[in-house]
Ligand binder design. Structure first.
Ligand SMILES: [Fe+2]
Length: 307
């Protein structure tokens, strides 16, 4: 199913159930009040603006270690801003939520590229991010409450540069969809989107496949290789006075001819090796980290409850 729509069309799946063991409002509660997270792992957004996770600096009397670390979330500040409409965001969750990491890992195995997870908790009648598009295709899984998404076609198929938050979509509204608990919206990269809550607030988690390589990345690798072999490519640009006329024009002609010749000379095996290098790097990212015993490294005995 995914293969036929991947990176092409939005798709809504209904009634998939919750992710209870991996993430829930209760787990968010624990993360905020008990885990001591700091930015960028936890953020607060209002209308696309990052408003920080603590108020003005308080004096540190040396007794409260929570005040020592810059960027440490102040749960009381966070909840007061959420009451005023701010969206709480947990980023890069697989680095500190083993259950989410496990879910990401399984999804990565299914779709063949690394998966990142961010969770969004939006109060009623609020909007966290303004309309924007992402470089990653995402699975938006609704866990509690509801959120209405307005989607606009991509300005160009598969953009490779991120637009600024708040940029206006150049394309008409393509679809409006409301997600309820258990629903999942697959959103191809490049689709403009904005999510708005109504009388209910919303908890959703977004799984994204944003660390994939594209052909343009291989082309960059190829050009780096060609530059190693092509003296004219490594030359300094002339002064700005003649831009692409006079001396510049002549040098560019030489560079272009040299590069064309060098590209022609590249064997299929060399291109394959460059592509393979990227695919192997991706496989390494996908591989689960080996768990190593710290006790073994420290040459100490590991006992439950040791001091
Ligand atoms: Fe987004």
């Amino acid at each position: 199913m995914l293969a036929s729509i991947r990176d092409k069309k939005p798709h809504v799946s209904r009634n998939l159930g919750g992710l209870g063991h991996a993430f829930s409002t209760e787990i968010a509660q624990q993360l905020l009040f008990e885990r001591g997270l700091r930015t960028p792992y936890v953020r607060l957004w209002r209308h696309g603006e990052d408003i920080g996770v603590r108020g003005t600096a308080k004096s540190n009397g040396g007794v409260d270690e929570r005040r020592v670390l810059a960027g440490l979330a102040d749960p009381q500040y966070v909840v007061s801003e959420m009451r005023a409409g701010a969206t709480l965001v947990f980023q890069a969750m697989s680095t500190y939520c083993p259950e989410v990491a496990s879910f990401c890992s399984d999804l990565a195995d299914d779709i063949g590229c690394p998966v990142a997870a961010n969770a969004f908790l939006t109060p009623p009648h609020a909007q966290g991010a303004p309309v924007h598009y992402d470089m990653a295709s995402v699975f938006i899984r609704q866990l509690a409450g509801s959120k209405t998404w307005r989607l606009h076609e991509p300005p160009k198929q598969w953009p490779i540069r991120r637009s600024k938050p708040g940029d206006k979509p150049e394309t008409p509204l393509a679809q409006e969809v409301t997600l309820h608990p258990g629903d999942c919206l697959y959103l191809p990269r490049g689709y403009y989107h904005e999510g708005i809550t109504g009388d209910d607030g919303s908890v959703h988690i977004t799984f994204s496949d944003g660390v994939e390589d594209h052909w343009v990345d291989v082309l960059h690798d190829v050009l780096d290789l060609v530059a190693e072999r092509t003296e004219s490519m490594r030359g300094r640009l002339p002064g700005r006075s003649d831009a692409l006329s006079g001396q510049s024009k002549g040098i560019w002609q030489t560079v272009r001819e040299d590069v064309s010749r060098a590209l022609e000379d590249l064997s299929d095996e060399m291109i394959s090796a460059l592509i393979l290098r990227r695919l192997q790097a991706r496989e390494q990212e996908l591989a689960r980290s080996e768990v190593v015993s710290l006790a073994e490294i420290l040459a100490v005995e590991s006992k439950p409850g040791e001091e």
